[in-house]
Design a protein around this ligand. Structure first.
Ligand SMILES: NC(=O)c1ccc[n+]([C@@H]2O[C@H](COP(=O)([O-])OP(=O)(O)OC[C@H]3O[C@@H](n4cnc5c(N)ncnc54)[C@H](OP(=O)(O)O)[C@@H]3O)[C@@H](O)[C@H]2O)c1
Length: 301
C-alpha cells in the first residue's frame, strides 16, 4: 500500500510516496481504508524537524486525520464499510494517517457526519477536537464573552462556530481585512485586525490560536488558553486570578461524535480550501505554505 513518508527531515522534497506493508490491527483497533486526509501546521513542522524532542523516529508516515471506510472492525461493533473519521496523535504514537490503510484505536474514531463528503469530513478531526477540547477547558457556555485570536484559521473558525452554538458571544482578532467578513459569517459579533482596539478586561475567556498573548483583554478571574505550543507558555496571570494553559489536543472518539452531530445539524460548517490527489502532495504543501487559505487543504487517496 502507499504511504506518504519521510526518512529524514527537510524541505518538501523529503516527502515521498512509498510502498509499505499493510498494517495488522490489534484487538482494540479498526482497519480503515483512507479516502482522504488533510494538511495541518504540525505536519509541516514535523517534516522540517522543528518539533525536536518527542518526534517519532524516521522513517515515519505523516498525517493526523483521516476519513474513510471500515475494512476490519475488530471488537468495535462497527459494520464493515461504515464511513468513519478519526484523529491520530502522530507525534505521540508515530501512527500517521497519510496511507491507504490505517489501523487506529476504535476509541479514536467515530461515524463520519452523513451530510458531508468524506473529503470534507477528513479536514475536521484535528482542528475540530482542538477547538472542542479547548472550549471545554475554557468552560465556554451560555452568555459568556469569548475572544478568539486567529479566528479565521482552521481551529479559530471552528471555535467561533462551536462557541456560538454553546450560546457564547464571540469576538474575533484576525490578521487581515478580508478575514473580517469571513469570521462574521461564521458567527463573530465584532472582528478586528487591530489588537490595540481590544477593550481591557472585556472577555470571560480568550482562545488564542497563534500566540497573540492579548492578556489584557481577559477579565480578572477569567480563563486564557493558547494552542500555539511553539510560542511558549502564556504569561503568568495568577495575580489577576486568570487561569492559563497551553492546551494539547487528545484523541477522542466521543468528541468526534459530538462534532459530527454539530455538522449534521447545521451548527458547524466545514471549510475546504482545495483538494489534491496524494501523488500531488508536494503541490498541496506548496499551496498550504503560501498561506492566505480560505479553508483546509485536503489530500485525497
Ligand atoms: N496545541 C494543540 O494541540 C494544537 C492543535 C492544533 C493546532 N495547533 C497549532 O495552532 C496553530 C493554529 O492552527 P490552525 O490549524 O488553525 O492554523 P491556521 O489555519 O494557519 O490558522 C492560523 C490563523 O492565525 C492567523 N494569524 C497568524 N498570525 C496572526 C497575527 N499576527 N495576527 C492575527 N492573526 C494571525 C492566521 O492568519 P493568516 O492566514 O493571515 O496567516 C490564520 O488565520 C498552529 O500553530 C498549530 O500548529 C496546536
Amino acid at each position: 500500500m502507499r504511504a506518504l513518508q519521510i526518512d529524514h527531515f527537510g524541505d518538501l522534497d523529503v516527502l515521498a510516496l512509498v510502498d509499505v506493508p499493510e498494517p495488522h490491527p490489534a484487538g482494540d483497533e479498526v482497519l480503515v481504508r483512507v479516502i482522504a486526509s488533510a494538511v495541518n501546521p504540525v505536519d509541516d513542522k514535523t517534516r522540517e524537524g522543528a518539533i525536536g524532542e518527542g518526534t517519532p523516529p524516521v522513517p515515519m508516515t505523516l498525517g493526523w486525520e483521516l476519513a474513510g471506510v471500515v475494512v476490519q472492525a475488530g471488537t468495535s461493533g462497527l459494520p464493515t464499510g461504515e464511513r468513519v473519521f478519526g484523529m491520530s496523535h502522530q507525534l505521540a504514537t508515530g501512527r500517521g494517517t497519510w496511507a491507504d490503510l490505517v489501523a487506529i484505536p476504535a476509541a479514536s474514531i467515530a461515524r463520519a457526519p452523513s451530510s458531508v463528503s468524506l473529503v470534507e469530513a477528513a479536514t475536521l478531526p484535528l482542528p475540530g477536537l482542538t477547538a472542542w477540547q479547548t472550549l471545554d477547558w475554557l468552560q465556554v457556555g451560555q452568555g459568556d464573552k469569548l475572544l478568539v485570536a486567529g479566528a479565521a484559521g482552521a481551529v479559530g473558525g471552528l471555535a467561533v462556530q462551536l462557541a456560538r452554538a454553546r450560546g457564547a458571544q464571540v469576538d474575533a482578532l484576525v490578521s487581515r481585512q478580508a478575514q473580517i467578513e469571513v469570521v462574521r459569517e461564521l458567527g463573530a459579533d465584532h472582528a478586528t485586525t487591530d489588537r490595540t482596539t481590544l477593550r481591557a478586561g472585556a472577555y470571560d475567556a480568550v482562545f488564542d490560536t497563534f500566540g497573540a498573548f492579548v492578556t489584557d483583554a481577559v477579565a480578572d478571574g477569567g480563563r486564557y488558553a493558547s494552542i500555539a505550543t511553539q510560542a511558549g507558555p502564556v504569561p503568568d496571570l495568577s495575580h489577576r486570578r486568570v487561569a492559563t494553559t497551553v492546551n494539547q489536543v487528545r484523541e477522542d472518539g466521543n468528541g468526534l461524535a459530538e462534532l459530527a452531530a454539530a455538522v449534521d445539524s447545521g451548527r458547524l460548517r466545514i471549510r475546504v480550501g482545495a483538494q489534491y490527489a496524494v501523488h500531488s502532495a508536494k503541490a498541496a504543501h506548496e499551496h498550504f505554505r503560501r498561506g492566505r487559505l480560505t479553508g483546509k487543504i485536503a489530500l485525497v487517496f
